[in-house]
Design a protein around this ligand. Structure first.
Ligand code: SIN
Length: 517
């Protein structure tokens, strides 16, 4: 270590593979590398398990039944033919093996069945249906599939001799040297420690904190995308931000946030009604409520703007019997689901991210990205339902295996100018507020060229204000703000540069009525 490092840091660690993030993609990468005999460190901001997006996943995990080609077609069609067919092949061809090996055989996940005797090939599984799927092909556990996978996965890795999970530990910045990534600066309880790794796998999830309404857990600040981009890695498809159409909006006044009402509920027959009690989706798409998610999200917003409200009418199904978890959640929040659940669009998933190949390799040596923070090409401009857990699992395993070939090297770490962790009062809160207003108003479901120009100007200013503090303070909230502002700029710039309305990227002429700045 150099003199500078000795001055800046009390300690450092080494590991063969550093995984940043603890959703299904990160855990699969850890498993893949540990199976190759590596010593693996998983660093996660989450004080688990609810801090990872995967825990919140409701619908399930799609698998390939009798007709894999149809599954591939569904993914391509939902993406408006913008997904990469080679990546889709990797996903679908690897789906069943990964699910049986890891989820069923290793973790023992108890997917719902139809109640008969379970067969080895899962013939008795109760395959669910979701929008834009040609057939029911979704394995699920009630509508709490994420939790049912994530908890045993964490427990399994906790017991694994070669894996160390560090909770409440944020990655602030990658350590890179001469074009190669050697780990990251990790912060835990205000202490910053470099962790040097043979390979580094980013699995930091989504960007929900960039919008005021999202289905992601708090802390979804785009860390992996921003750290990779700041280190010089390529990112792609950043303009493709998916909004989920059926999110109960919550109430700011009472401080209770939004919650997702799974697409699986529409798969079982629920209908969308406007404030006049009219079913409107058949006017927007032949597949009505089961149209691709971007189409349904825009239609719901249009009807809210025109009539004041949209509700999800669950009377065609046995809601309480089929979705007990969701019914209980409604009861707990005082939502009278028998009269229809008020819903609207909310940010849900970033289809783009750090550009990776079929093994999760980024454009930087020894840096990998998996799960929502990566752009594999599987989703193109709009993701098909229940493919995100699958993508995280398939790419996580592949990346973990590939990342297992390297030994850690101790190199010079980024310089810290000041050890004071504190920030001025309200600094992060005020800047986050400005960032979210900008993204909500200018970079949401509908985007106009003028608004995207305005948003870039606001975000550039904001990033400048944040950068002035970086490395002079080590507060986690400062780095989260930095990551959020870098990611917001990447989304906005990509949206401004793409003149084609496609999938989730919907261009309109009219600027928004309000000013975020
Ligand atoms: C849902 O349950 O509606 C979400 C599923 C997904 O995002 O794939």
């Amino acid at each position: 270590m150099s003199e500078q490092q000795l001055e800046d840091y009390d300690d450092y660690r080494t590991t063969d593979v550093l995984v940043v993030g603890s959703g299904i993609a990160g855990l699969a990468a850890a498993l893949g590398a540990a199976r190759e005999g590596c010593d693996v460190t998983v660093a996660t901001k989450a004080t688990r398990p609810e801090g990872a997006s995967s825990w919140w996943a409701q619908g399930g995990i799609a698998v390939s039944r009798d007709d894999p080609e149809q599954f591939k077609d569904d993914i391509l069609t939902a993406s408006a033919d913008t997904a990469d067919p080679d990546a889709v092949d990797v996903l679908v061809d690897g789906a069943n093996d990964a699910v049986s090996d890891v989820l069923v055989d290793t973790l023992g996940v108890d997917f719902d069945t139809n109640g008969g005797a379970e067969t080895a090939d899962g013939d008795d599984w109760d395959f669910g249906r979701e929008a834009a799927h040609d057939e029911p092909r979704i394995l699920h556990v009630d509508a709490s599939t994420g939790k049912a996978i994530h908890v045993p996965f964490l427990n399994y890795l906790d017991d694994h001799d070669d894996v160390t999970v560090r909770d409440d530990t944020a990655a602030l910045e990658l350590v890179s040297h001469e074009g190669r990534v050697h780990g990251a600066l990790l912060e835990h309880e205000d202490e910053v420690t470099p962790t040097f790794a043979g390979a580094t796998v980013l699995a930091t999830g989504g960007i929900g904190d960039l919008y005021s309404r999202s289905t992601n857990p708090d802390g979804s600040t785009g860390d992996g995308v921003a750290m990779a981009a700041l280190a010089g890695a390529d990112v792609a498809d950043m303009e493709y931000v998916q909004f989920h159409p059926t999110v109960y909006p919550g109430s700011d006044a009472e401080g209770d946030g939004p919650f997702l009402v799974s697409e699986a509920v529409r798969g079982e027959g629920a209908r969308l009604l406007n404030a006049a009690g009219e079913r409107f989706m058949p006017e927007y798409h032949d597949d009505a409520e089961l149209a691709p998610r971007d189409v349904v999200a825009r239609a719901v917003q249009t009807e809210i703007d025109a009539t004041g409200e949209v509700v999800l009418d669950v009377s065609p199904l046995d809601f309480e019997g089929e979705f007990p978890g969701l019914a209980a959640k409604c009861d707990e929040r005082g939502v009278d689901w028998e009269s229809g659940i008020p819903v609207g669009p909310a940010e849900h998933f970033l289809c783009g991210g750090v550009d990776v190949d079929t093994r999760g390799r980024t454009s930087l040596d020894r840096l990998y990205a998996v799960g929502e923070c990566s752009r594999t090409g599987v989703h193109g401009a709009n993701r098909l339902a229940s493919t995100s857990l699958l993508e995280g699992l398939v790419w996580g395993l592949r990346a973990g295996e590939d990342a297992s070939d390297y030994d850690p090297e101790v190199v010079e770490a980024p310089e810290l100018l000041d050890r004071d962790p504190a920030l001025p009062d309200n600094f992060a809160r005020e800047k986050f507020h400005r960032l979210r207003r900008t993204m909500d108003e200018y970079v949401g479901l509908r985007r106009s060229p003028d608004d995207l120009g305005r948003a870039q100007a606001v975000l550039r200013r904001l990033k400048g204000e944040v950068d002035a503090y970086v490395r002079t303070r080590t507060a986690r909230s400062l780095y989260e703000l930095r990551h959020a502002s870098v990611t917001a700029l990447l989304v906005t710039r990509a949206a401004a540069e793409n003149g084609e309305s496609v999938g989730t990227h919907n261009l309109v002429e009219e600027p928004a009525k309000t000013q975020a700045d």
